[in-house]
Design a protein around this ligand. Sequence first.
Ligand code: 5GP
Ligand code: MG
Length: 179
Amino acid sequence: MNNDIEKVLYTQEQIDQRIDELAATLSAKYHDEFPVIVPVMTGAMMFASELMKRLNFKLNIDYVDVSSYEDSSESSGKVRLLRDLSHDVSGRPVLMIEDIIDTGHTLEFLNKLFASRGAKSVEICSLLDKPERREAPVKIDYLGFTVPNEFIVGYGLDYNGLYRNLPYVGVLKRSVYEK
Ligand code: 5GP
Ligand code: MG
């Protein structure tokens, strides 16, 4: 598995340290807010669980699942909701957790959806940002790291279901997906 990685961008230690900082910022902001935390499955799972362990205030955990990639390394631009929230977010602050913001279509779609349901606020916390490929405007309120325009795997991010369990973030070798 590690042999398929071109280079490591962020190590487990660097990610841990950044998550500590993000958790401190979020705790200052949300301590009296009782938010609904909404990780976007499946990529955000690892980041969300590490982050939420460090959030020392009352919150609810929910999740959504969307599809946009359909087993390729290029986004299709179409977002489909595969699993909806089980919480009513009307009047509640919503904090979405993402693994990476690429074109921005996924988060723009979810942002509008929760706003239309009367959420008190909708904010985004993403482990990674790939700004070069943005097509839809997205404001990332809390960000781990910016990454170059390459195909990233690890720490929750997959290629065809693989590499999610890598404890670091890296660039996948082109030879893996160009064959
Ligand atoms: P967007 O809608 O912003 O284009 O893409 C969001 C989703 O696309 C992310 O949640 C992630 O699942 C997937 N994605 C975007 N860029 C990458 C990447 O470099 N690697 C992987 N594994 N997934 C990506
Ligand atoms: Mg995702």
